[in-house]
Write a protein that binds this ligand. Sequence first.
Ligand code: 5AD
Ligand code: FES
Length: 349
Amino acid sequence: MKVKDILEKACHENILSKDEIKLLLMAEDKDKELLFETADRVRKEYVGDEVFLRGLIEFSSYCKNDCFYCGLRKSNRHAQRYRMQEDEIVEVAKRAYQMGYRTVVLQSGEDMYYTKDMLCSIIRKIKSSVDVAITLSIGERSYDEYKAFKDAGADRFLMRFETSNEKLYRKYHPGMSFENRIECLKWIKNLGYELGTGFLIGLPGQSIDDLAQDILFVKELDADMIGIGPFIPHPQTPLKDAEEGSVDLTLKSIAILRLLIPDSNIPATTALGTLDPLGRQKGLMCGANIVMPNVNDLEYKLKYELYPGKICINEDATKCRGCIESIIISLGRKVGHGKGQSRHYKRAA
Ligand code: 5AD
Ligand code: FES
């Protein structure tokens, strides 16, 4: 089958076989250009020219897990740990609102210091002070907790499954279970959150077959938001000598997922911008429609080191927003107004 025919099928049926996805992941030259152009056209048709900005608040760098790739892993004795207190988090959310953000993403390592009641209180305080959507990105919790956060006012939840190859998942996530993670994602969906998930590109040992499977798995979970980023080796982790993930495969995965879930929200991730100075621009040109700038103070930005070399780490939050806005304008796009709920979620509701 030719790439042109596969793209046509993807546009009409929103589904592809694993082999078809693999062909797209391996496309070169004209075929690759055609994939990117098609994804850009579908993005425009389904979600328009608006690029929505999400204010990312990384509120704790503590983590009880030990993921092999992540700088926040508990065994990293060099990691600088911090926890923001309740009122501080609420203040940063208000500041994000004043800067123009209408979604804040509360992200942290898996840090059980924050109890169900504390998180509910933070969510309620933010919701009662400013009109923003709240996205949580805090990892695995119990059904009861997810339900309480939703009842307190949380709107969305982000949690990548990281890899759908269970053998690799086990290898890189000691003490964790793939099954439990998927169960959490299903609970989150059933509780009525807008669901965001995704995976890492280029974990050592991951094949093209695995990536095609990852793409199909995002489709199967019927995600409203899709986060995909290249793996970047962190010097204080067991994967320090591994090769970094491919920007090209990341862009192709974004493009393919835009065709399979055309009305989803897809960010051009910070990791993509870290490996390629034009990574976020490229992402926005092949299917992405979201950017998530960090709104924390410099002090915290420096300490939240998932991987080295993160962009924007020395910029203050206002400058970052200005910078991102000019990138959006330079691409002929518009800065989104409003909360930018996933159209996929709206349609399903
Ligand atoms: N390189 C790229 N992405 C990483 N993440 C964690 N560590 C790394 C790394 N070394 C990603 C994971 C996680 C998200 C918050 O950050 O996919 O879900
Ligand atoms: Fe942060 Fe450019 S987006 S400085």
